[in-house]
Design a protein around this ligand. Sequence first.
Ligand code: SF4
Length: 338
Amino acid sequence: MNRSSNVTDPSSAVLDAEPAPLLRVEHLSIDLPGPAGQVRVVDDVSFTVAEGRTTGLIGESGSGKTMTATAIIGLLPAGAAVSGRMAWHGEDLVTMAEQDRRRLRGRGIAMIFQDPQAALDPTQTIGRQVGEILRRGGMPAKEVRRTVIDLLDRVGIPNPETRHAQYPHQYSGGLRQRAMVATALAGSPQLILADEPTTALDVTVQARILALLRRVRDEEGMAMLLVSHDLRVMAHVADEVVVMYAGRICEVGSGREVLNSPAHPYTRALVVSVPAVRSKTAIAEPLPGNPVSPAERPSGCPFHPRCAKAQDRCRSEVPQMRQVAAGRQVACHFPEEA
Ligand code: SF4
């Protein structure tokens, strides 16, 4: 039965977030140049990241989640056209001057990348890289050294007095990711963007890095936007989740509720493909079909070629975000009961 109620404006597709919103993304669209013209890779995306909370952006490759995070940090590729608004302390990141964005990077908003090997400079010591933002801020050298050693210690890097003078190749994958977390923390940001921060690590190290991210979020009181295709990661860390498909949001809600009782058929397909998210005994059902590229987004609901519940209406009419329960919004003509 379709329990959907009133259709809402996409701008209200925000999370029931307490405490106050820190970043409000409204109607964000991103077009990138392609061989056959501009391609809309993010389409009318709206959500809020609240202070001290972790919001998870979930989706398969090509869903637009990484591009959304890249727009927030201000590192989109040349030729990208951005519209909409990203409200940050009364300013709009979309229209902010590049020199102000540079100042904000690291200090207000910091990013932890998927591959620390690629993100770290192999020719510079870890200590120098972690302390870069402090030096740029005018901190005296002795104090930078002391602060960096303290940061390495806080993220669980053993022997930080010795380790701060070592190079990335002398670190294991897990320690390199910890060094990336220390680099992000150095500027005391209010928001950390973490793009698939554990994908390159083995399972044991993944769990430790996730525990570290949770701890620093709680200790520092910062907000986090976690980008991942991995629902197990989300189940561990995310307070709220935003599910994306083909550049659009298809479901928003609290992490626990969305992962325990998905309302959008795509979210449900993601959840049942990773049974450990809900039950140790459930059997995995592979996701049907392949993700659609934003350049070939089908008419109507973009998920319809892969959806077992698709009907004629789904092929012609784009579903709008609807409230299906308190704090739950879904873009589907025939959602599951939430
Ligand atoms: Fe499936 Fe239709 Fe809902 Fe799209 S709108 S997810 S095709 S039921």
